[in-house]
Design a protein around this ligand. Structure first.
Ligand code: ADP
Length: 400
C-alpha cells in the first residue's frame, strides 16, 4: 500500500511516501517556513532526483498541494496521480486522554482533536491544518492519526499517571501524566522485544535521547511509566528544556523576574537544559567538545544528564521488579557513544556487562552493546516513527 506519512509542525511539514508492502520509503521531503514565505525540498529515493524550490506557502493547505505536485511530477515524482496514494497517516503530538490508539479521521475524531488544542497549543493547530490540507487536496483518501501519547496513555496505571494534586482539579482540567515520544518508544521497545524473543515477561527501559528526551519503563510490551508528564517539559535535562525541577521554583522565578506564565514557560522550554547550564549550546556535540576542552559548565550539563538517566533506569528497574534490557535511541542515543558509555558505567551492579569497544562502532541497525552472556543487555536501536505511522495506517485502512 502507498501511504503518505505527514508530520505537520507549526511552520513545517515533513513527509515520507511508503510502499508498506515492499517496506520501502519511495520519497521524502520537507516544507519549511509555511506562513512566512515557503521552501520545499523533495527527494525521490528510487531515482535519487532532488527538487528544491522557494514557493509561497500561505498555510498548510497550500503546502500540501505543493507536496502533491512534487509527488506526481513527471520529472521527480513517484506516482502518476494522487489516486495511487491509498492513505495518509498523520503524526499527532498530543491525543490527551481521548486517544489511546491510532484512529481513522472522521468528523467525531476531529471534534475530539479540537479538545486537545489546549494540551499542545503549538502543535495541534498545525496538525489540524495538515489534515484539512490533505482532505482538500485528496478528498476521499482515508486518513489516520497516530498519537505520540497513545503508547503511554493506553496502559499506564492510574497511580502512575495521577499527580498528587486535588483529584477534582486534575479531572476538571485534564491534568495527568501523558508522556511523549510514544511512537518511538513503541517502535524500539517492539524491536528490542523481538531481539529478546518476544515481549511476554520482558522488562525494558527505552531511552529516547534527542533534543527532547524521554525514558520509558516497558513491561510485557506495555508502558508502566515514562519520564515526560503533562507536557514534554518534564523528565531529564534536554537540549533547551529543564526537565523535572521543584515546582516551587516556577512562582519564585516569576516573583523575582516579573515573568508572565507564558514567559516562564517559554524560558523553561527554550533557555534551560544543556543550553542554560553550559552557556555553550543546546547541541550535545558542542557541549561534549566544550567539556573536553575543560569547560566546567559544559561538563556539569553532561554530569547532570548522565546522573538523571541513571536515576530513571534505577527507579524503573525497581518499578518493574527487574531489568532485561536498556535501549538507546534518537540523535544522542544512536550516535553518542560517550554518553552511552557513561550511563552504562553505573549499571554493572544490575548485571550490565558493557562492551566498550563495540559501543565505539557506528551502526545503522539494531546492535547489542553488551558482551555475550550479559545478564542485562544494552541495545542501540535506530528509531523509526514514520514506519510505525505507515504500518498503523495500512492496518486501519485494510480493515475498512
Ligand atoms: P529531535 O529531538 O529534534 O528529533 P534528534 O533526535 O535529531 O533531535 O537529536 C538531536 C541531538 O542528537 C543533538 O543534541 C545532537 O548533538 C545529537 N547528535 C546527533 N548526531 C550526533 C553524533 N554523531 N554524536 C553525538 N551526538 C549527536
Amino acid at each position: 500500500m502507498n501511504v503518505l506519512v505527514v508530520n505537520a509542525g507549526s511552520s513545517s511539514l515533513k513527509y515520507q511516501l511508503f510502499d508498506t508492502t515492499a517496506g520501502v520509503v519511495r520519497a521524502k521531503g520537507l516544507c519549511e517556513r509555511i506562513g512566512i514565505d515557503g521552501k520545499i525540498k523533495h527527494t525521490n529515493l528510487e531515482t535519487g532526483a532532488v527538487y528544491e524550490k522557494e514557493i509561497a506557502m500561505a498555510n498548510h493547505t497550500v503546502a500540501t498541494k505543493i507536496v502533491i505536485d512534487a509527488l506526481t511530477s513527471a520529472e521527480y515524482g513517484s506516482v502518476k496521480d494522487m489516486a495511487e496514494i491509498e492513505a495518509v497517516g498523520h503524526r499527532v503530538v498530543h491525543g490527551g486522554a481521548y486517544f489511546s490508539e491510532s484512529v481513522l479521521v472522521t468528523p467525531e475524531v476531529m471534534e475530539k482533536l479540537e479538545l486537545c488544542r489546549d494540551l499542545a497549543p503549538l502543535h495541534t493547530p498545525a496538525h489540524i491544518m495538515g489534515i484539512e490540507g490533505c482532505t482538500e487536496a485528496m478528498p476521499g483518501t482515508p486518513q489516520v492519526l497516530v498519537f505520540d501519547t497513545a503508547f503511554h496513555t493506553a496502559t499506564m496505571p492510574e497511580h502512575v499517571y495521577t499527580y498528587p494534586l486535588e483529584y477534582e482539579f486534575c479531572q476538571k482540567y485534564a491534568v495527568r501524566r501523558y508522556g511523549a515520544h510514544g511512537t518511538s518508544h513503541r517502535y524500539v521497545a517492539g524491536e528490542c522485544a523481538k531481539l529478546l524473543g518476544g515481549a511476554e515477561g520482558t522488562k525494558i527501559v527505552t531511552c529516547h535521547l534527542g533534543n527532547g528526551s524521554s525514558i520509558s519503563a516497558v513491561k510485557d510490551g506495555k508502558v508502566l511509566d515514562t519520564s515526560m508528564g503533562f507536557t514534554p517539559l518534564a523528565g531529564i535535562e534536554m537540549g533547551t528544556r529543564c526537565g523535572d525541577i521543584d515546582p516551587a521554583i516556577v512562582p519564585y522565578i516569576m516573583t523575582k523576574t516579573g515573568m508572565t506564565p507564558d514567559e516562564v514557560n517559554n524560558y523553561m522550554n527554550k533557555k534551560c537544559g544543556f543550553l542554560g547550564v553550559s552557556g555553550v549550546s543546546s547541541d550535545c556535540r558542542d557541549v561534549a567538545s566544550a567539556a573536553k576542552e575543560g569547560n566546567h559548565r559544559a561538563q556539569l550539563a553532561l554530569d547532570i544528564v548522565v546522573y538523571e538517566i541513571q536515576k530513571f533506569i534505577g527507579a524503573y528497574t525497581v518499578a518493574m521488579g527487574g531489568l532485561d534490557a536498556v535501549v538507546f535511541t534518537a540523535g544522542i542515543g544512536e550516535n553518542d557513544c560517550g554518553m552511552r558509555e557513561r550511563v552504562c558505567a553505573g549499571l554493572e551492579f544490575l548485571g550490565v556487562d558493557f562492551d566498550k569497544e563495540k559501543n565505539q562502532g557506528r551502526y545503522s541497525e539494531a546492535t547489542e552493546l553488551t558482551k555475550p552472556g550479559s545478564k542485562v543487555k544494552v541495545f542501540m536501536i535506530p528509531t523509526n516513527e514514520e514506519l510505525v505511522i505507515a504500518k498503523d495506517t495500512e492496518a486501519i485502512v485494510n480493515a475498512l
